[in-house]
Design a protein around this ligand. Structure first.
Ligand SMILES: Cc1cc2nc3c(=O)[nH]c(=O)nc-3n(C[C@H](O)[C@H](O)[C@H](O)COP(=O)(O)O)c2cc1C
Length: 362
């Protein structure tokens, strides 16, 4: 097991409607004041990262969306330690704009920006904003070139690149970002193409929620491939956390979320994401095996089962760490209050269990 402590990130609610497609009450807001305070609570609670989302149009909730890079910068300005991962969609962004924009933010924030390259699953969004909807694996091939270009611009002088999507000739970015060798690059998905990118170019791989066994299979596959490529990649897993003083309370909240789910929106979302994955050569994708209940949380976060008492959740987190997970990306129903509760009740137990395991191994 890694000797490093497992890290925690939370989803920035910069789009409206929270992280579940349900009519249950959510004491969470997408506005900036709520989010600034949340970021401050989170860094105090022991979260090292926050992940902002990129969406250009509504769909299945998310009626209003703040843009990720500018929103991330606002959160960085309101905090001192937190790293904010800004989501970027190749297409609307090209690598030179992203590299320049993020390098500037990096310099303005003492090296606290990171980036999540998303490859896209929402055809309706691409069509609405006039973006060409590439085939599944072409979207990932473009993302790979995007990441190679970002790294090249951030680390090299006279950067020259000849890809199918991007070309550069003797380009020198000045000033370079503060973080060395460059700001961290996250990238997510579950399809073969997403994993191949993780195993060759990304610093971090994000995946949807899953059982410990399911995550282990993905981690083993990616780590073996990365090793063959002489590359190393860290792994972040999505989880919707419902931590309550008793297991009954936590399970009752999950039941209420699902009972109050909006079936039309959940089914439409399921249709869209399953279609996007089915177009991959292996005819799978992030959500291939997701049930109705799973889809109520956008990224299969219930499957990770961080639902119960602080002790149960801490034990499960340490099990995930034991199969190679480096970071838990967490979502909550009532963000501010639950992030604070997590920091107070769950995180110290995780640190205790990690220390015990390490002592035992030694
Ligand atoms: C943790 C995580 C965060 C993501 N954030 C976004 C986002 O902000 N915007 C977006 O359009 N897609 C986002 N995605 C979608 C992925 O980039 C990818 O398009 C999707 O998971 C489909 O994967 P697949 O092609 O492997 O099935 C995210 C995925 C994960 C796992």
């Amino acid at each position: 097991m890694s000797t490093e402590t497992i890290k925690f990130a939370y989803w920035v609610p910069n789009v409206s409607g929270g992280l579940v497609v349900s009519n249950i009450e959510q004491r969470t807001s997408w506005d900036i004041d709520y989010n600034r305070k949340l970021a401050q609570i989170a860094e105090k609670a022991g979260f090292e990262y926050a992940l902002s989302q990129i969406r250009f149009t509504a769909g299945y909730g998310a009626e209003f969306q703040h843009e990720s890079v500018s929103f991330s910068h606002a959160l960085l300005a309101a905090t001192t330690k937190l790293k904010v991962i800004a989501a970027i969609l190749p297409g609307p962004w090209n690598p030179v704009l992203a590299a320049k924009q993020l390098a500037t933010i990096d310099l303005l924030t003492e090296g606290r920006i990171a980036v999540n390259i998303v490859s896209g699953w929402f055809r309706g969004e691409f069509t609405a904003i006039g973006e060409h909807w590439l085939d599944h694996d072409e979207r990932y091939r473009r993302s790979k070139e995007f990441i190679e270009a970002l790294k090249g611009i951030w680390t090299q002088h006279n950067f020259t690149y000849r890809g199918d999507f991007y070309r550069f000739s003797n380009y020198t970015l000045k000033p370079k970002p503060l973080q060395q060798p460059h700001p961290e690059i996250f990238q997510g998905g579950s399809s073969r193409a997403a994993r191949d990118n993780a195993a060759s170019v990304s610093d971090w791989y994000f995946t949807n929620g899953n059982t410990v066994e399911g995550i282990k299979a993905q981690v083993d596959d990616i780590r073996a491939k990365a090793e063959a490529n002489n590359h190393s990649v860290k792994i972040g897993v999505n989880a919707f956390v419902i931590a309550r003083d008793t297991e009954e309370e936590a399970k009752a909240v999950l039941k209420e979320i699902i009972d109050k789910a909006n079936p039309d929106a959940v089914n439409a979302f399921g249709h869209e994401v399953k279609n996007a994955g089915a177009a991959s050569p292996e005819r799978e994708g992030n959500w291939a095996k997701s049930t109705f209940e799973d889809l109520v949380q956008y990224n299969d976060g219930f499957k990770t089962n961080l639902i119960g008492t602080p002790q149960q959740i801490a034990e499960r987190i340490v099990e995930l760490k034991a199969v190679g997970v480096d970071l838990i990306l967490s979502g909550f129903l009532h963000f501010q209050e639950e992030v604070a509760y997590f920091g107070e009740k769950v995180l110290p137990l995780v640190r205790e269990l990690e220390a015990k395991k390490l002592a035992k191994a030694a």
